[in-house]
Design a protein around this ligand. Structure first.
Ligand code: ZN
Length: 151
């Protein structure tokens, strides 16, 4: 592995540790317009995602629950990423993140801070941890009322 890859990996880990230690938007929402529950039985990650949508825009996003470092950091990064975005953008981001995490050769796109999640591609068992919050977000917006499961 090159030094640059090593540096990148360290940076990614740092961001994930930071978001796991101090998750952003980690609180229940009193009056969400959308919410959904997500569960990853392989790891035990279990979250509820809350959204407030106004005029086709996510104006607030938060989550509660418990999970491993990857799932918690992913949920934290997700709530930051979707806040202020239009529903179309959020749906596109869900699809792109899912592709980034699950495709062997994803199309290149600049994911900004969310790029840190790409490190889990090397660990197939952890991919479900990283995608859980995103599946839950997707279900919340679809209002399916189903518990999002990663399988
Ligand atoms: Zn996990």
């Amino acid at each position: 592995m090159s030094d640059m890859q090593n540096d990148l990996r360290e940076l990614y880990q740092e961001v994930i540790f930071d978001h796991n230690r101090r998750p952003r938007n980690f609180q229940p929402m009193e009056t969400p317009t959308h919410s959904a529950e997500g569960f990853n039985p392989l790891c035990g990650d279990h979250f509820i995602v809350y959204l407030r949508v106004d005029e086709d825009k996510v104006v607030e996003a938060s989550f509660t629950g418990q999970g491993c470092a990857i799932s918690t950091a992913s949920a934290s990064l997700m709530t930051e990423a979707v806040k202020g975005k239009g529903l179309d953008e959020v749906e596109a981001l869900f699809r792109d993140i899912h592709a980034m995490l699950t495709d062997a050769h994803p199309e290149h796109r600049d994911f900004g801070k969310l790029e840190v999640l790409s490190g889990v591609r090397e660990f197939p068992a952890r991919v479900k941890c990283a995608t859980l919050a995103w599946h839950t977000l997707h279900n919340a917006l679809e209002q399916s009322g189903e518990v999002a499961k990663t399988e």
